[in-house]
Design a protein around this ligand. Sequence first.
Ligand SMILES: *[C@@H]1O[C@H](CO)[C@@H](O)[C@H](O)[C@H]1NC(C)=O
Ligand SMILES: *[C@@H]1O[C@H](CO)[C@@H](O)[C@H](O)[C@H]1NC(C)=O
Ligand SMILES: *[C@@H]1O[C@H](CO)[C@@H](O)[C@H](O)[C@H]1NC(C)=O
Length: 404
Amino acid sequence: MAKFGAVSRRFLRKPNETMRLIISVTIGALFGYFIGISFPSVSITKLHLPSSRISYVEDKSSGLSTQALLNHAWENVKNKMKKNETKTSVDSKKIYVPTNPRGAESLPPGIIASESDLYLRRLWGNPTEDLPVKPKYLVTFTVGYAQKKNIDAAVKKFSQNFTILLFHYDGITSEWDEFEWSKRAIHVSAKKQTKWWYAKRFLHPDIVAPYDYVFIWDEDLGLEHFDPEEYIRLVRKHGLEISQPGLEPNRGLTWQMTKRLGDREVHKETKEKPGWCSDPHLPPCASFVEIMATVFSRDAWRCVWHMIQNDLVHGWGLDFALRKCVDPAHEKIGVVDSQWIVHQVVPSLGGQGESTNGKAPWQGVRERCRKEWGMFQNRLSDAERNYFASRLYSPPNSTAKGGV
Ligand SMILES: *[C@@H]1O[C@H](CO)[C@@H](O)[C@H](O)[C@H]1NC(C)=O
Ligand SMILES: *[C@@H]1O[C@H](CO)[C@@H](O)[C@H](O)[C@H]1NC(C)=O
Ligand SMILES: *[C@@H]1O[C@H](CO)[C@@H](O)[C@H](O)[C@H]1NC(C)=O
């Protein structure tokens, strides 16, 4: 409380200074705009421009002629805005559109851009000509630099039809520029985070909306026998909303479902050890793929994203719950056998843990994985129980009226 008071007092004492700051920031932005126009070849790597522009303008030693120029531009804009204000205030009707996205009700619908993309644009030229290709697929890898050879080989499999997004868990990013494709990739860096942590934060369905399919993949996969374009053709053909390539070899395989079958394009069910499946249509016998190399359709991802918990970063248990997002799950979840991958089983992130109580880092990570699995299962079953209980006490009107 005291701290807050002190801060606000400090601002109140010098209102002029605050005002000046706001104005110079605005002018800085305008000035930057002119710079942007006059030097169109500014490279992307210099994109910390806004702050440097502002400090340039605030610099007391900057020439008077620049100041005058800016003042002139500012006056011009102010005048124009004033004219428009008086014109609109006469016949003004306040805009309120309840069907707009929450919080944007005061905007005319025509200006709302509620979805985005990960397309890299240029700083000059005509925006409509920025993108010769608009990739329809997105592939993400969660990577450490130690796996660069493997990732280089993997990424080269993906054509211009894919946006490449790398999540770096070791903080090393610019070193990847030794690879030509790195320049067209998007690099997101946050140390020691997991695939699902990144996915929750950077793959919001509204941001990856233009992509028909999203690949959310680990770094330790061998793609020698994998053609992404052909994979997508098969996924479309067989109506798979959630899928993964078959795994080879059999070594260290936990579930039969993800094992590659050599004699077909896809499979959607399997036989497990006796007693493992309560129902042939339920995991791990069907409606199930693992989370190491999952491919989601746009609609399936929109649902799955909402199920990812912010604090459960390893995603254990998510594979068994994917079926909640597609219906019927045993037909829309499956494994593509004729485009298959090699799981190399590199416990990369496991080594990024902390050793506690004399235990190796990977042990702590493994324990947390298991704990999260239990927590996720409990949350999901609680949520379902609460939902059905609430329906029981206040049945929906349609049923009460004896409708359909
Ligand atoms: C003022 O309104 C006109 C048309 O109504 C528009 O073209 C112009 O950009 C507006 N100017 C400003 C500064 O908002
Ligand atoms: C990229 O997509 C286009 C349009 O779907 C297709 O014609 C083209 O063959 C694809 N590129 C590759 C390398 O498969
Ligand atoms: C059910 O109907 C009542 C009265 O017609 C209405 O107040 C209520 O909002 C309705 N509930 C639902 C869930 O539609």
